[in-house]
Write a protein that binds this ligand. Structure first.
Ligand SMILES: *Cc1c(COP(=O)(O)O)cnc(C)c1O
Length: 421
């Protein structure tokens, strides 16, 4: 559910008509709904009610300061995967004890930053990382709180680029080696074991892979406790999928996911952490573009819009589907046409949709790409020297630009010409 609905023939974000924002900020732009972000965070928080828990928003999905502040004020922790994300979380007012640090390639500089600024736990993904963290913490006279990310070797049944829990993926320590690695960690002066971490992938549309992974984590918890380790916290990762296509079967809801967690792990007496990103942000945002031209090709019609693959890369990168709807509500029963929806970038990969059935569109019309709040703005680039598009946040009947569009000069002036030229 989201807060982008037609009213009086025009798409609104909460109570604000989208054309009003387009007139104020220019197209293309990302547009987010405060109410939807709040609703999605609350769904997860309530799904784990009664369990000692923390919802750590995976901020790589959308890391704008305004979004982080909005979620942090509701009590969210953050899952960060880089020093930059750690700095963003701190800048938004998130205390260190609510930040978990994931990722396979944490550098010593990044670890130092988190140890100095405060950290809830490092999710350690390899033995070399464990050694590096231990060495650093010992030199700093600290104990780094850790969970070890285990790779449970389950098939998340999602797009290959975002599956992370199979043995051949780069993530985590093979679960079969976990006991040996925990024993090693227990002998290190610079680390303190707090629990176990697992994250098997993104855009999961079925609970079964989660169940398989969590049952393996349950067995491991018992074994590690029998080995004498104090396993008091389980970080279960993120990954719950969202409905990208209206009319298709919807993925499981956070309540069902919460029930699964309770059923598989609820009796272990552990604190539960989850790291949802996409489900919190995805349907809380749209990308608004304007049609530049309608071009008649050889047997096809191209809708050329003013946003490109540099602004929203998911279709090019993951063959992802985004519903694309006109901002002016089409008349009921109007005959539909078939378009290839493409951007201006000089690549055939710059195609958002092929053979998409839409109401008849004209140059100048506004269109909205739905479900663009996660892995949209954060993955954007300035390819083809197209400045990063702005982000706008709506709250009821108000809206604010939360990241401005850089001018051409601002974009160009980031380059430096060496003296010798
Ligand atoms: C990407 C990621 C997440 C979030 O995944 P979503 O599918 O956006 O919920 C959570 N944890 C880790 C470690 C990740 O890499």
């Amino acid at each position: 559910m989201d807060h982008f609905l037609y009213r009086d023939g025009t798409l609104r974000a909460e109570d604000v008509p989208v054309p009003e924002i387009a007139a104020a900020v220019g197209t293309p732009f990302y547009l987010y709904s405060t109410a939807t972000f709040r609703r999605h965070f609350r769904l997860f928080d309530e799904a784990l009610a009664g369990l000692d828990h923390l919802v750590c928003y995976a901020m790589k999905a959308n890391s704008n300061q305004a979004i982080l502040k909005l979620l942090a004020e509701m009590g969210a922790g953050m899952d960060v995967v880089s020093g930059g994300e750690y700095a963003r979380a701190k800048a938004a007012g998130v205390p260190g004890e609510r930040i978990v640090f994931s990722g396979v390639g944490k550098t010593r500089e990044e670890m130092r930053m988190a140890l100095e600024g405060g950290i809830r736990q490092f999710n350690v993904e390899s033995e070399p990382e464990l050694e590096a963290l231990n060495d650093l913490a010992v030199t700093m006279g600290l104990k780094a709180p850790i969970a070890i990310r285990v790779n449970p070797d389950v098939d998340a049944k999602t797009h290959a680029k975002i599956a992370t829990g199979k043995a051949e993926n780069k993530f985590g320590i093979p679960i079969s080696r976990a006991r040996a690695v925990y024993d090693r960690a227990a002998g290190m002066a610079g680390v303190e074991i707090t629990g176990i971490d697992v994250h098997i992938g993104s855009q999961l549309t079925d609970l079964e892979p989660f169940r398989q992974a969590y049952l393996k984590v349950k067995d491991l918890t018992r074994q590690l406790r029998a080995d004498g380790h104090d396993i008091r916290r389980l970080d279960l990762g993120g990954g719950l999928g969202i409905p990208y296509q209206r009319g298709n079967e919807a993925p499981p809801l956070p309540t069902e996911y919460g029930a699964l967690i309770r059923e598989t792990l609820g009796d272990l007496g552990c604190e539960i952490e989850i790291e949802p990103g996409r489900l919190i942000a995805g349907n809380a945002g749209i990308m608004v573009s304007r049609v530049i031209y309608v071009k008649e090709g050889e047997g096809r019609k191209f809708l050329i819009v003013d946003s490109g693959m540099n602004d929203l890369i998911r279709p090019a990168m993951y063959e992802a589907h985004h519903d694309i709807v006109p901002v002016q509500e089409p008349a009921p029963g109007i005959a539909r046409k078939t378009y290839d929806v493409v951007g201006p970038v000089c690549e055939t990969g710059d195609t958002f949709a092929r053979d998409r059935s839409m109401p008849p569109m004209r140059a100048g019309d506004l269109v909205a790409f739905r479900s663009a709040g996660a892995y949209g703005a954060v993955m954007a680039s300035e390819y083809n020297s197209r400045p990063l598009i702005p982000e706008v946040l709506v709250n009821g009947d108000q809206f604010a630009v939360i990241r401005a569009r850089p001018s051409y000069d601002e974009m160009i002036n980031r380059d430096r010409i060496p003296e010798w030229l």
